[in-house]
Write a protein that binds this ligand. Sequence first.
Ligand SMILES: *Cc1c(COP(=O)(O)O)cnc(C)c1O
Length: 425
Amino acid sequence: MKNQQSTQLFERAKTYFPGGVNSPVRAFRSVGGTPVFIERGKGSRIWDADGNEYIDYCGSWGPLILGHANEKVLNAVEKTMRNGTSFGAPTRLENELAELIISNNPYIEKIRFVSSGTEAVMSAIRLARGYTGRTKILKFEGCYHGHSDSLLVKAGSGLVTFGETSSAGVPLSFVNETIVVSLNNKSAVEQAFEQFKNQIACVIIEPIPANNGLLIQDKSYLQFLRDICTANKTLLLFDEVINGFRIGFTGAAGYYQIKPDIITYGKIIGGGFPVGAYAASKDIMSCISPDGNVYQAGTLSGNPVAMSAGIAQLTECLKPNFYQDLEQKTQLLIKGLSQNTKHHFKIFSVGSIFWLAFTDKDKIQSAEDILPDSMNHFKTLYHHLLENGVYIGPSGYEVGFMSEAHTKDDIDKTIKAFEIAFKSL
Ligand SMILES: *Cc1c(COP(=O)(O)O)cnc(C)c1O
């Protein structure tokens, strides 16, 4: 595989950016080697700076549910752009995207657009605190909610603990407001509610945790969270930045038919542009300024170009059988991959999200169930896949995504690439 161009570009990038990148996982540290620099994409394919072609299952980490450079999205974006790229004043397009989302989603009544998933979650936490007048939040080990201070917290050693920071630069005083417990553990949550009675503003969870492997929870567990939150007047916050519009148009809330109090969105919502959102009932959203006293603002919020990309993409997602087709293709891939594996290798999936895991377990439902050693196998697999034209996120903790653009032929080729990779494992 040629990689001279990527290597040169990376050397140059290292002189400009910490680690040579603008987001850490892109540096390939967990798989080793040089990141491939992408030149262009179309449909299911991407091409790197050395001209290598890959079938892409990273999809920009989830947003590209229609594949790369979708014509409908491009046309919408171009048309909007010609009339100016930003006004900092309201536009018709914000109404259109909001109408599209809210009229097809029974779990929310009002929404606020922001510019990233991190921003959506950070604002939603402030909203939960403002609405309840409480300060503590409860999160789960193995769920990712972006990089705001209160959420860069990992579990300490006890059953119910304040976390420890997972980043330097996060003050202890922030960490002391965040309680961290294991996923799939009811008694830890019960104990937290006893210990911090009337202090927990919200419980935040990725209802289908997909940022640290794919840690599929039982519906009964999510229902348990719903019930204990209601009983304690604590808000339940579903962080659907990755699940939203991916597991069906109504995300995980619709998939499990559980109504959270606040939902955050990102990734798919912006059609490949930087958009996030948080949404809730009219009552809860009335706390947000200028209606209420929870402040939140953004110079580029509701950006017209990004809104039109979102409208174009989500309109496609609403086509009949859109999600069924994605799931069928995902199942086809999984079936093909499962036939020729002998390496304690499993593929977990929901809808069009899948996760490659080296394990003997039939279920992995908490971060502690992932063996760090298994990542060595992933590392080897990763480079064989690259060499055979398959691009997935460069970390064994990341999931893969099927897009509308993937074809049966892509899937056959992917299965072949895995066959070759497995032979050399
Ligand atoms: C990606 C992600 C975020 C962060 O979104 P950014 O746009 O990267 O800031 C937050 N929560 C979840 C569940 C995510 O998957």
